[in-house]
Design a protein around this ligand. Structure first.
Ligand SMILES: Cc1ncc(COP(=O)(O)O)c(C=O)c1O
Length: 421
């Protein structure tokens, strides 16, 4: 047995989270060649938690089918957005009462960015600030595209200019015209983890408000929203929180800002008295202000069931420790199996700068990923030349990692050997 295979056995034997794998329905025989697939795409769509199908069956057949409208109250449908928000809260370092679940990440980015500009301007007005009105939104220049598109529209609507700046350049670019800064916690392409505490402090020192997109960090590493004084945050639940395809996203509004949070989408669900049916809008207190319209109950309750995997003592710190061990081991195996220079690692080496994925660049990445998937190693390809491998510590083991690197080396050799590739 090769050295990495032996090492994988040892690491799996010592893995305190190994038993969590049983909480997921991972395919048997879905690996193309007959084996179980190595699923390294949980940073795109998390695997299915075993509790979800039964819970959804109950929600559909009994709650919807039999109780029908009564379920809004009797089964807690109406309060699901804030109840499930409170279950996500500890995973991102937030006290209860600051997160509501609903809508997509894109929609929540819009609420948060416009809300942040309004917060910055209302703070200046309250302080009697003499300087120019804040009229600039800064966005992470390497952001996932949807955040950039929405920030651009939010800028037009609020009379701001949009300024794309790489995260490392943000402290120097901030000024007294900056109203809001939108940042991705982990870069979706490279897996780089940005310095949330330092960047948040820099934004605050400029009198601006920060919005963090946690899509690639929530459920994979500690975020510390309250500890670091983050103003607003958004994130999806279909990656490391395993909520399912199109599962609802969430919005965090720091408790001290909630009274001043002025949502650009004030729907009836965030009204102080939703069933008063009044023509005038009066916002509900607290995190509820982040709600808009009728929540998507089926997806929301699938997410609620998916969050059960965090019960029973699984900590985000343990998940982070295993995530780093998995990504370290993957890099070790790639070094052992893949000829030097064949791939370039885009993910930073230092642990403090790494999320839960490894991104490798190679010129034939699209073809390589297609072949990997055919052989049961499922990652994804990001245009134009990036192979992404996501590591979800709750269901990925070290033998998976070793196999993925070994098959990658085989595929890379095969692609090189074929004429014309
Ligand atoms: C950082 C980031 N933001 C936003 C999104 C997508 O947003 P939505 O859930 O609205 O499709 C993704 C999707 O992968 C993402 O990686």
């Amino acid at each position: 047995m090769s050295e990495p295979r032996l090492r994988a056995k040892e690491l799996d034997a010592a893995d305190g989270l190994a038993a969590q794998r049983a909480e997921f329905l991972l395919d048997e025989g879905g690996g193309g060649s007959g084996g179980e697939a190595v699923y390294l795409d949980g940073n795109s769509l998390g695997a299915l938690p075993a509790a979800v199908p039964g819970r959804l069956e109950d929600v559909v057949r009994r709650q919807w089918g039999e109780l029908r409208i009564r379920s809004w109250t009797e089964e807690g449908w109406w309060t699901a957005p804030e109840r499930i928000g409170d279950r996500i809260a500890p995973l991102v370092g937030a006290a209860a009462g600051q997160i509501v679940v609903g809508d997509s990440t894109s929609v929540n980015v819009f609420k948060a960015v416009v809300g942040a500009v309004r917060l910055a301007r209302s703070a200046d007005t309250a302080a009697g600030a003499a300087g120019p009105a804040r009229d600039e939104i800064m966005v992470d220049a390497t952001t996932f595209p949807t955040d950039g598109y929405i920030a651009e529209s939010a800028a037009r609507m609020t009379g701001c200019t949009l300024r794309p700046v790489p995260p490392s350049g943000i402290p120097d670019a901030l000024g007294d015209r900056t109203a809001a800064v939108l940042l991705n916690h982990v870069d979706y392409r490279t897996g780089r983890l940005h310095d949330l505490p330092a960047l948040t402090a820099a934004v605050h020192a400029a009198g601006a408000y920060v919005v963090w997109d946690l899509c690639h960090s929530a459920g994979a590493l500690p975020v510390g929203l309250d500890e670091h004084g983050v103003d607003l945050a958004v994130g999806c639940t279909y990656k490391y929180l395993n909520g399912g395809p199109g599962a609802p996203a969430y919005l965090y509004v720091r408790a001290e800002l909630q009274d001043r949070f002025d949502s650009p989408l004030p729907g009836w669900n965030s009204h102080a008295e939703p069933f008063g049916m009044r023509p005038e809008y009066a916002p509900a207190p607290g995190a509820l202000r982040g709600r808009v319209g009728t929540p998507d109950i089926l997806s929301m309750l699938a997410l609620e069931a998916a969050l059960d995997v965090w019960d029973g003592g699984v900590t985000i710190e343990a998940v982070r420790a295993k995530s780093l061990a998995l990504t370290d081991f993957f890099l070790e195996c790639v070094e052992a199996y893949v000829p030097e220079g064949r791939v370039e690692c885009l993910t930073p080496g230092p642990h403090g700068e790494r999320g839960s994925q490894i991104a490798l660049r190679c010129p034939d990445a699209g073809d390589v990923m297609k072949r990997l998937i055919e052989r049961g190693v499922v990652g994804d390809f990001r245009h134009p030349d990036v192979l992404r491998f996501g590591f979800t510590p709750l269901y990925v083991g070290f033998a998976d990692v070793e196999r993925a690197a070994r098959v990658l080396a085989e595929v890379l050799a095969e692609v090189l050997a074929e004429p014309g590739t």
